[in-house]
Ligand binder design. Sequence first.
Ligand code: UDP
Ligand code: MG
Length: 346
Amino acid sequence: MALTGSKRCISLVVPCFNEGGSLDAFFFRLETTLNALTEYDYEILCIDDGSQDDTLTKLLCHAERNPCISVIELSRNFGKEAALTAGIDAAKGHAVIPMDADLQHPPELIDEMLSHWEAGSDVVLARRLSRDTDHSLQRLVTGWFYLLHNRISDCEIPRDVGDFRLMDRCVVDALKALPERRRFMKGLFAWVGFRQTVVEFEVESRHSGVSSFNTKKLWGLAIEGITSFSAVPLSVWVYAGVVISLVALVSGSWIIVKTLAFGVDVPGYASILVAVLFLGGVQLMGIGVLGAYIGRIYSESKQRPIYIVRNHHTCVKSGPAHEIPAHEIPAHAASDHSPARNKNTR
Ligand code: UDP
Ligand code: MG
């Protein structure tokens, strides 16, 4: 479908990092869905986030085939949050939908999202119904993260809602106006607010390859999320200090009274050592938390760009999209709920 300008346009923003194995199936399912939505124009903005496999080559082939696909090539791997920001910055649609390239976000949900948008919602959140595709440690850490984050920060992040969502142009403009460079997108999406609706979906397994988010990266993301949206970890040390000082005052007074009443006791090296180690540990934790916030200030103050675009490959030819040749469509590309499944005999 070529852009005509007379219809409302939706922008799909797809960050891609080493997704060569998923792209054919991804475009097949996405385009099948979008081509059925004849009342809309669309653009698919794929961001190649410094992939080391054949992702860029494949993206360019698809962009050649379908003029609605354009490819933003970043100069290196900047991470998903930066890739997403690059796509959102470039998106021109009346509504913008960020989604993953590994088919964990079912394109078929777009239809339902659009109907909520048409009904007046500014943001349509896609909530995953289960976390069966995550490993148990990931599920545990994610659960703690939501609990802690939502307790101590002013803006609540909805549970089990990722980046897959529809945002009206007014929401996108509000996001683009936020000046911070360390961008925890889930938090920023929640912070801007607007009228929201939730749709639910069953998350699928990754089409191919492995997730880029190992436990270490997820931990880093969780710390990023908390330090981005709450100053409670900083101020909590005041209370910890008050409690420890009170304990020290009470035990100090007790030692003075005991010494006056019963004379000097044999010195207790073990208890002194325990107290010193305990206080040393508490102080180091406090300094560590300070360090996390100072690190944020340091990187924000450098004012480096969030991402660098090496090339923005836009379509050069006009006309309708070519269909994906039969031999390129993997057998498992169509899902059970694909609207085109029965129509498609290829
Ligand atoms: N991604 C990216 N840059 C990165 C890591 C991931 O653009 O540094 C993309 C990736 O290609 C995918 C999406 O972000 O489209 C989600 O990544 P992934 O599937 O690895 O994360 P998970 O679904 O396990 O949270
Ligand atoms: Mg994924």
